[in-house]
Structures are given as structure tokens and as C-alpha cells.
Design a protein around this ligand. Sequence first.
Ligand code: NAD
Ligand code: TDX
Length: 403
Amino acid sequence: MNREAATTPIDRLPPSPHLLVTGGAGFIGSAFVREILARGDRTRITVLDKLTYAGNRGNLASVEAAPAQAARLRFVEGDIADASVVGPLVAEADAVVNWAAESHVDRSILDPEAFLRTGVIGVHVLLEACRVEAARAAAGERRGMDGAARPAPRFLQVSTDEVYGSVETVYSREGDALDPRSPYSAAKAAGELLARSYFVTFGLDVVITRGSNTYGPFQHPEKLIPLFISNAMDDQPLPLYGDGLQRRDWLYVTDHAGAVEHALHHGATGEVYNVPGEAELPNREVVAELLARLGKPWSLVRSVADRPGHDRRYAMDGSKLRALGWQNAVSFQQGIGETVDWFRANEGWWRAIRSGEWDAYYARQYSARLAGGVAAGSPGGSPRGAETVAAAAQAHEPAPELG
Ligand code: NAD
Ligand code: TDX
């Protein structure tokens, strides 16, 4: 990760750090691991991952196939909410980077409980283990292999722009009030508030990042961009929620991973850093871009019943992280091109995921919606109102084809 400005501030981690990376077999966590280990410095990584439906050890295959990288990686299958697994791993680590979470808003609407178990209890277990290590460090009992005293581990909690809730016009800043509106974002807000409380109350070395909508290779096909690419490749309908004019700020996966690593090394204790993508677009425009690159027609797009509580817009101000010396390297045009190319070249990866449990999830999430779906108008306009779509779905009758 090489986008650091000349004014890079001091490094808060020891040289050759040992990182405990939770959720390192998921989409962004695995990119974080691949990027660091491919760089060939002396960082060592232990990945702790429960391998839920979203975790995929194959996401680390490039590391495990390269002996010099594999030698610096240890993979542990386990739950961040399991104190007996977490304690010994945190004892060995110089820093904990917590990517582990249930990450899909729609699943949090169907089944919220796992979001709370990992996002609140799991974070609490990690923080408690850090607290034990901070006490050992204070007592001079935390020592490295060479016997030298080691400081308490740094704890980086990966959070999200969704904790700010929907913002109509402004760019959220780190000090703004939190207003999470889905079980997913409420769990993420709870997790980061807990982390902050351990900084204030126990003096733990905590840093929080809030990343925006991330996209790129290895993203689970439940999310908008990979779902629409894979459906379009199979000429299946693309279920666009409501009027499709919701706005998201798109962040390429290596920029998100790099920004988190930058904050891990250079962020000030107790601080929060926004990580915007600087590519704010309405969903319709994103979908039109994907279809153009895939050579598929807009007629695949269906306006379907909206997500309950759907946030209209996320957008963040990134000046605090920029002042710390970070800037993104990948434009939306470059990133979306690389993403489409990757999904085209790696059909085996996503087809394996879109099997088994996938069919039941897809039916639960989309069957009724698609049955009540209507043509989506033109890419830029004539959107169908969410009410029309919802009414058609409720009446169980084909909605009129306008478009
Ligand atoms: P993902 O769903 O692809 O991966 C999550 C990983 O965490 C999986 O490997 C899963 O097996 C693991 N995991 C889940 N519960 C666990 C538990 N209890 N113990 C151990 N491992 C567990 O998610 P992602 O999109 O890569 O997101 C990673 C993190 O970044 C999450 O914390 C998410 O909230 C945050 N984030 C994501 C985005 C985005 O757009 N994807 C944006 C901002 C922040
Ligand atoms: O089928 C769909 N149709 C649709 O119109 C899906 C899956 C999504 N959408 C819309 C909803 C959103 O407006 O597309 C937009 C993006 O949706 P998701 O990919 O589900 O992402 P979002 O809900 O914005 O949340 C993402 O960004 C913030 C990640 O999933 C979170 O983990 C992250 O914190």
C-alpha cells in the first residue's frame, strides 16, 4: 500500500508487527491480508475467521500458494465471540484489526440475531482480551520472544458510513451524531461505541474507521455490484429496489484495505477516521455502467419492492484521513472495470457460492419481489415509484409494464 504522502506521521506499531486479523477470509479482510503479505515486508498475520456463509478460505489461496507469504500467515477457524480462542491469540498480537461482522443489510432485516452476536458480543470479547493484555503490559508481564517489554495491543474497529444514517445533502464528519437505521448498522454502531468506551474508561489504544460502500474482486454475490454482474452474465433479472435513485459512495477494495492499514499504523489513539470512496453515484448509474461493460440490455433491470428502512444516501467528508497522509489510488472507472473483468474471469468462484444455501436465500429475498417487479424505466429516469411496485407485489398481479 503505497499511497502515503511525504508527511506520513509516526508509526504507532512496532517494526515487523504481528497482526490478528479477524474476518480475514471475507471480502475486504482477505484483500487486507493479501496486500500486506504480497508486499514482502516482515509483518506476520494470524487470521481468525469463523468461516460463515460469507467466509471463504479460498480467498487466501494466492497467499497459501506462495511459500514466502504462507510462512507469515496462520489461519485459525474460530469465533470472535469465543473468549477461549480469542484470549491466547490477542496475547500474541501487536494489534487486532477487526473486520469480522455479518455484513449484509438485507440479511439483517431477515435475521438480525447473528449481527448482534458478532457485532456486539464479539467486539466485547475482543476488547476484554485487549484489556487483559493492557493490564499485563502495565504490570511488565507482556513480553516478546526476546524478553523485551511489549506495549498493549492496538485495537482497530472497522466500522461503516451506515452508522451516520441517511444524509440527504451533507457530508458526514467524524463528530456527527450517529443515527443507524437497520439492524446491521445498529450493530456496527454498538460495536464502535463499545470500542470507544474501552478507550475512555480503560485507556485502551483504540482506533475506528468508517468505510463507505466497498466493491471489487472476491465480494460475495449477495451485494449490489457482484449480484448484478453475475445475474446479468446469466441473463437473469436485476432486482433494483424502489426507484433506484439511492446514492452510495463507492470505494475500491484495495483503497479500503490500504486506508485501514494506514490508520492502524498512523491513526491517533481514540480517534475515528472516515474512509470515503469519492465516487458518489445513484444506483441506476452504477447498474447502467455494469450493463454497458457487460454488453447486456437495460431491459434486464426490474424495479422491485424497496428495502424496508432503505437509507437514501451515504456520503462522508474524508479530510481527517487525508490530513493523516492517506489518499485513495483507484478511480471508480478503473475499479469497476477491474471488478467486471475479475467476475468474468472467475466464474468458478462465484458459481460455487451461488449454490447450496444460496438458492434458499435468493428465494426468500427476491421471489415475491421479482413476481411483483416492473420494468425499470430508462437508466437515468422515469423510475417507477416504490409505492407502485409495492402495491403490485401485494396484489400478486403483474404490474403494468411502463418503460
Ligand atoms: P464479509 O461478509 O465479506 O466478510 C466477513 C468475514 O467475517 C467472513 O469471512 C466471515 O466468515 C467472518 N466472520 C463473521 N462472523 C464472524 C465471527 N463471529 N467470528 C469470526 N469471523 C467471523 O464482509 P466485508 O464486506 O468484507 O466487510 C468486512 C468488514 O468491513 C465488516 O466489519 C463490515 O461491516 C465492514 N464494512 C464493509 C463495507 C462494505 O461495503 N462491504 C463497508 C464499510 C465497512
Ligand atoms: O438486490 C439489490 N438491489 C438493490 O437495489 C441489492 C442487494 C441492493 N440494492 C441497492 C441497496 C443499496 O441502495 O443497492 C445499494 C447497495 O446495496 P448493498 O450492496 O446491499 O450495500 P449497502 O446496503 O449500501 O451496504 C454496503 O455498504 C456499507 C455493505 O453491504 C455494508 O457492509 C457496508 O457497511
